[in-house]
Design a protein around this ligand. Structure first.
Ligand code: ATR
Length: 287
């Protein structure tokens, strides 16, 4: 029997990552010889852990906060998405130990949108709330997918302006502007896709969990609203969007699709996404 290969996620702190649930469910369903483990790795130990995983013949790794940038200097090459998005969330170990950094976060969001609404960002006016790492990956993907215009709004307006400029510079033909949270309702009024990438709505702190990045009355009825936050699955923002009659795409779709893209890179096989999604929802208590 083939030796089981280890897949792993490295982060610090890791908290309640659902990645082991997702990838182990895929391995079991497909009968593939992989086991996925989660390791809390402090920043000062990250390089040693990375080199160790390569030395021990891991099948591949996922990288999360705070290592998504540090990994850049350690891999042999970057995929085009990882280069433009400025962050790596997946590493593959190739022939002769060649390491490649990838970013599947943007793909996760774009595929979830298409899978769950049948629509793509092409030709659409988008509002992206937040300007951190997730916003950069999604903003780049929306621009690459041919969005007509992307408005980026963030609590710290300079970061939104800088991200808008970055995307316009790096993605040919992209039309992007950035600003603060002032008149967010006005910014949302004509938008067809609205994406939250801030931590508003995330489980943990009750005040944060009940917060929405956009006031309910500002959500356009016909919009597609989606959230990077997947715990809780139905965030305050998505519940408000539903009440307004907007279509919603939960962060679970992003999570499963970014994971499926990673799984494909590591194993060459297709993740059974529906089964995995059900399993993740079950463990989150949201099935
Ligand atoms: P990620 O990599 O997940 O995007 P991040 O880089 O820490 O995480 O970004 C978090 C985002 O949530 C940022 O856009 C942040 O706004 P700032 O750039 O102004 O910090 C946003 N955010 C966090 N808390 C927020 C709050 N209470 N209200 C509005 N935006 C918030």
């Amino acid at each position: 029997m083939a030796l089981e290969k280890t897949l792993a996620i490295f982060g610090y702190p890791l908290g309640h990552t659902m990645s082991p649930v997702m990838h182990n469910a895929a391995a079991e369903a497909l009968g593939e010889p992989y086991r996925f483990l989660a390791y809390e790795v402090r920043p000062e130990n990250f390089e040693a852990a990375f080199r160790g995983s390569l030395a021990m013949g891991f099948g591949g790794i996922c990288i999360t906060i705070p290592h998504k940038i540090a990994i850049h200097g350690l891999v042999d090459e970057l995929s085009e998405d990882a280069r433009v998005m400025g962050a790596v969330n997946v590493v593959t170990f190739g022939e002769g130990g060649k390491t490649t950094g990838h970013n599947t976060d943007g793909i996760g969001c774009a595929r979830a949108l298409e899978e769950e609404t049948g629509e793509t960002p092409e030709g659409k006016r988008c509002l992206l709330i937040g300007a951190g790492g997730a916003a950069r990956a999604v903003g780049v993907k929306l621009a690459q997918s041919g969005a007509a215009h992307i408005e980026i709004r963030n609590r710290t307006s300079e970061k939104a302006v800088a991200l808008a400029r970055f995307i316009e510079t790096n993605i040919p033909g992209a039309k992007v502007s950035g600003g603060g949270l002032g008149d967010l309702a006005g910014a949302a009024a004509d938008r067809e896709i609205i994406v939250n990438t801030t931590s508003q709505g995330m489980k943990g702190d009750p005040e944060r969990e009940s917060a929405t990045p956009l006031p309910e009355e500002a959500i356009p009825e016909g919009a597609i609203c989606t959230d990077a936050v997947y715990n809780p699955v139905d965030t305050a923002f998505l519940l408000a969007a539903k009440r307004r009659g907007a279509r919603t795409v939960t962060g679970i779709g992003w999570f499963v699709n970014q994971g499926a893209a990673a799984w494909k890179l590591w194993t060459g096989t297709d993740m059974p996404k529906d089964l995995v999604r059900r399993k993740v929802l079950e463990v989150l208590g949201a099935a």
